[in-house]
Design a protein around this ligand. Structure first.
Ligand SMILES: C[S@@+](CC[C@H](N)C(=O)[O-])C[C@H]1O[C@@H](n2cnc3c(N)ncnc32)[C@H](O)[C@@H]1O
Length: 298
């Protein structure tokens, strides 16, 4: 743990000193620009539907006009090259996490507070994603044989992929239900608002300090992307998912090892891979696994 922390701080410090001059000067320049209402001319993003919905939700939340909400979002985006999607924003997140480590870090007893503390930072990053449903049409058609399809998204972020999958299935005539599982932060309010707006039936299940591994309702597809490495017990998360997932159902997940960094509390996922294999899952596409007949978990 100590070695990991030392390596993390050292690598963060190296990155920070490399970018220090740029960060310092651009920050000073940007704060002056904010004061005078001028922004650097870096290009505005072409907005995705999730971004447009966020701007609408934020306008309602703050009781301001859509135009003002849009301007606030773009002003924040334009402060750094490639906005919240770029490397500079990532560096800013890394630095903020290191600075606010004083209040809470990613150890098992503090990690839920840390996610809440950095919620807005993460939300802007997630808003810059444009992920879509990755299941092929043949798989979707197979799923349509079920009367009702339940999609569970574990560690959902902004649930890009599960919303997209649910909408594709709905367009094909299916009855769908979304179950989003995550640490409750400001994102939860937005996701509830968004599901009502679309509309898509949705239930949100909280993971928190008191219930870190909630029991999951049964589902036909489980999306668990970029989340196992964030949990202190990925095998336990997988066992819960496996219990919930119907036979013949699909698990969309990346289970390769991850780089060691803040919030990647279990970067080595070898135990998880062994568990997935011993439960008889077959890989049907990169990051897509199909659950076969029932296997006992050892
Ligand atoms: C890197 S993001 C991935 C978000 C989304 N799955 C995606 O692929 O865009 C990790 C997500 O896992 C959530 N998360 C982290 N630890 C968790 C835990 N112990 N239980 C449930 N969710 C967790 C975070 O709040 C965040 O939404």
């Amino acid at each position: 743990m100590l070695r990991r922390l030392k390596r993390y701080v050292l690598s963060g410090w190296k990155r920070f000193t490399r970018n220090y001059t740029y960060a310092f000067h651009s920050f000073r320049c940007d704060t002056r620009m904010i004061r005078f209402g001028k922004f650097p001319s870096s290009s505005a993003p072409e907005l995705t539907r999730t971004q447009r919905m966020f701007i609408e939700w934020n306008a309602e939340r703050l009781q301001i006009s859509y135009a003002d909400s849009l301007e606030r979002y773009l002003a924040s985006w334009r402060l750094l090259p490639q906005g919240h999607r770029g490397m500079d924003y990532r560096e800013f997140c890394v630095l903020s996490q290191a600075i606010f480590n004083v209040f809470c870090n990613d150890n098992p007893s503090e990690i839920y507070d840390a996610y809440k503390l950095h919620a807005q930072l993460h939300m802007l990053r997630f808003l810059s994603y444009n992920k879509q449903n990755r299941l092929e049409n043949a798989v979707l058609e197979g799923l349509l044989k079920r009367d009702f399809i339940s999609i569970l998204d574990y560690g959902c972020g902004l649930a890009h992929e599960s919303f997209s999958l649910a909408e594709s299935l709905k367009e094909m005539g299916a009855r769908v239900m979304l179950v989003l599982v995550d640490i409750p932060t400001l994102r939860k309010d937005f996701l509830i608002w968004m599901s009502k707006k679309l509309p898509l039936p949705m239930e949100f299940i909280d993971c928190d300090r008191n219930t870190p591994y909630p029991t999951l309702p049964s589902c036909d597809v489980c999306i668990a992307t970029e989340v196992f490495e964030h949990t202190h017990d990925p095998v336990r998360v997988f066992r819960n998912i496996n219990e919930a997932l119907a036979i013949g159902g699909y698990l969309i997940a990346n289970i390769g090892d991850h780089v060691e960094e803040y919030f990647h509390v279990t970067p080595d996922l070898a135990c998880l891979r062994a568990q997935v294999e011993s439960c008889g899952y077959t890989r049907v596409a990169p990051s897509v696994f199909r659950k076969q007949e029932r296997h006992a978990i050892h």
